[in-house]
Write a protein that binds this ligand. Structure first.
Ligand code: AP5
Length: 216
């Protein structure tokens, strides 16, 4: 699979990506996870990204394109990739188009996961994430709690709330999404790549994507 997962913060992109990778070995590439890992490790990239992320703003396009130009050329991407949280602006989408053209890679689909705002706020205030940057498993105290309270099922590390999960920052991230990322829906619709999905269940989203890729 070579696909882009579009959708507001909390729409379930990361949850769906993790399930899709189990189908055919495609890799999940989450710019959010890469940036959080860099912040936690205190790298130069992390120091530049930290304040933007905490405020619910987007990290500048140049930093993101530097990451993605390298990441998409790593050997594991030959099996396929799921872009989770990238592109997020029209300039990123245009730069990605040029990059994929250079690498001779064709996208299968851009899946736009549609979730109402009230449900998103509920999901994000109840989400928990594994603190281990190599794992970053996603939980939800309401709909998908870990087996042992506060502990990741997969790696045993503590689970936590992200720094950008306060109600104020969530609201800012949703506004940023509407202003800067939502225009990508029309961008990909024009290219005939868009698949709108508004089913409320994770399985429903996964099934809609796999059916489209299988050509059903
Ligand atoms: P990023 O990490 O990409 O965050 P996001 O897009 O805001 O998305 P989230 O990770 O919050 O949500 P998600 O859609 O993956 O939902 P999830 O599966 O976790 O970005 C963070 C920040 O990094 C940005 O604000 C920006 O600063 C920076 N950044 C990243 N990429 C960038 C870029 N390209 N350019 C510039 N800046 C960038 O699900 C949410 C919750 O809901 C979970 O608890 C889950 O268990 C639950 N859930 C999921 N599906 C369902 C369902 N069907 N029913 C019930 N609950 C569900």
């Amino acid at each position: 699979m070579r696909l882009i997962l579009l959708g507001a913060p909390g729409a379930g992109k990361g949850t769906v990506a993790k399930l899709l990778t189990q189908i055919d070995g495609s890799v999940q590439i989450s710019t959010g996870d890469i940036l959080r890992g860099a912040v936690q490790a205190g790298t130069a990239l992390g120091k530049k990204a930290d304040a933007y992320m905490k405020a619910g703003d987007l990290v500048p396009d140049e930093l993101i394109m530097d990451i993605m130009e390298n990441r998409l050329q790593e050997p594991d991407c030959t099996k396929g990739f799921l872009l989770d949280g990238f592109p997020r602006t029209i300039p990123q989408a245009e730069a990605l188009k040029i990059l994929l053209g250079k690498l001779n890679i064709q996208l299968d689909v851009v899946a736009n996961i549609i979730v109402p705002r009230e449900e998103i706020i509920l999901r994000l205030t109840t989400r928990r994430t594994c603190s281990n940057t190599d794992c970053q498993a996603i939980y939800n105290v309401r709909s998908h709690p870990p087996k042992a309270e506060g502990i990741c099922d997969k790696c045993g590390s503590p689970i936590m709330q992200r720094a950008d999960e306060t109600e104020d920052v969530i609201s800012k991230r949703l506004d940023t999404y509407n202003e800067k990322t939502a225009p990508l829906i029309a961008f990909y619709e024009k290219q005939g790549l868009l698949l709108n999905i508004d089913t409320p269940t994770t399985d429903g989203v996964v099934n809609a994507i796999t059916a489209r890729i299988a050509g059903d």
